[in-house]
Design a protein around this ligand. Structure first.
Ligand SMILES: *Cc1c(COP(=O)(O)O)cnc(C)c1O
Length: 392
């Protein structure tokens, strides 16, 4: 006889556990827990503040604050004294403005006439990235009387966004003499994470020359690795992102930042495999001995990059099971992955146990390297399917 659904046999059915406005699933509904340590993010912010003093330390909170939660991070950093935020999109500026009423907010992806009203609504500042944007901004300011400001982005070698040095030189006197509301001159370093790269010196030198054309306007050059490159990059405002969230701003050297995230997921089942049996799509991994496999409820839809699985010649990505590192074996599926737990005692691995994907000594940067990517991508790929917990 089929069992009755519980709701019909219970006199007062329990309402489903609430999902918060941000769509945060409950612990029981979720495949794992993502813990975000706002205390560590705040401590990292203060470390950078002290380092660049008397320069100002802004915070880059684009990409949902690198996956850490734009609302929570903005709240924490505002409380820590941060007064300037950088985002990529106006939609992100709206989130920051709802929390940081007085803050200066820069929108990196620029200005277009169509987005003008959004800048009025949020009182955010566009980062002007081309001469077309300069023209549209001028037109917008003069026709609407908008009193807000903007940043002017000069490209010094990244060749991504920004006006050229020649363009900057050509419009400098015009910008200074008229009311263009340019409050910040900025550029972006392409190779700051490689201190020996010759482009760093070249960009620093060229930005110094550009600044001399725009005297009296504040300037900003350094991202996280730039802050650890050379004090000449500090200028008036620094723009760290990844270092706030615990990523190493000095790859290959000891990380001066505190780890800010921990990630755990559930084991759904443990299975025994005979030697010669294969695991996962494509049967890419074959057991070389009788093995035990733990199947974990996290996959590439959760930000465990499929490329992180064993590939020839590269160390496999590891996961901590009961404190011991175990390799991911076979292809990573959308919602699942398999770990080889043969070397652990049978009693140490059971269904429902949590395994650690990031944390407890398995660092964000190490995980990124094992996945063939960078900490930035690991952070921004963390899915909303995890139950997210923000520690104060
Ligand atoms: C993303 C971004 C930053 C922050 O970079 P990190 O390396 O994460 O510190 C700073 N400036 C610009 C222009 C950016 O796009």
């Amino acid at each position: 006889m089929p069992r009755q659904p519980q709701a019909q046999t219970t006199s007062s059915p329990q309402p489903p556990e609430p999902v918060t406005a941000a769509g945060n699933p409950s612990l029981h509904d979720a495949n794992g827990i993502l813990t975000i340590d706002l205390g560590a993010i705040t401590a990292n912010y203060k470390t950078l503040v002290a380092r660049v003093m008397p320069g100002e330390c802004a915070a880059v909170v684009k990409g949902d604050a690198y996956g850490c939660g734009i609302d929570q991070v903005t709240t924490a950093l505002s409380a820590a004294g941060c007064q300037t935020f950088f985002v990529a999109h106006l939609s992100e500026a709206r989130r920051v403005r709802a929390i940081a009423r007085e803050a200066v907010i820069y929108v990196l992806n620029g200005f277009s006439s169509a987005s003008g009203q959004g800048f009025v609504d949020t009182y955010a500042r566009p980062v002007i990235n081309s001469l077309v944007e300069v023209a549209e901004w001028d037109h917008f300011v003069s026709t609407t009387g908008f009193s807000g400001s903007a940043a002017l982005h000069v490209d010094t070698g990244m060749n991504r966004l920004g006006i050229t040095i020649e363009e900057a030189a050509a419009i400098a006197s015009h910008i200074r003499s008229e009311s263009h509301h340019i409050a910040l001159l900025m550029s972006h370093l392409a190779c700051a994470d490689r201190p020996d790269h010759p482009l760093n010196d070249q960009q620093i030198r060229q930005f110094r020359e550009v600044r001399s054309l725009f005297r009296g306007i504040s300037s900003s050059l350094a991202n996280s690795p730039g802050i650890f490159l050379d004090p000449s990059t500090y200028c008036d405002v620094v723009r760290p992102g990844v270092a706030l969230y615990g990523g190493n701003p000095m790859p290959g050297r000891p990380n001066p930042m505190k780890p800010a995230i921990g990630l755990k997921a559930h084991i759904l089942q443990v299975r025994n495999l005979s030697r010669g049996a294969a695991v996962g799509y494509g049967s890419t991994w074959t057991a070389k001995r009788d093995s035990r496999i733990a199947v974990v409820a996290a996959g590439y839809a959760d930000g465990v990059m499929r490329a992180a699985a064993i590939t020839e010649g590269r160390k496999p990505r590891e996961v901590l099971v009961a404190g011991k590192r175990c390799p991911i074996v076979g292809r990573i599926s959308m919602d699942l992955m398999a770990l080889d737990v043969t070397d652990l005692p049978v009693s140490a691995v059971r269904r429902d146990q949590m395994v650690t994907l990031i944390g407890e000594g398995l660092t964000l940067d190490e995980v990124a390297e094992q996945a063939g990517t960078i900490s930035y991508e690991v952070l921004t790929s963390l899915s909303r399917r995890y139950h997210r917990v923000w520690k104060a």
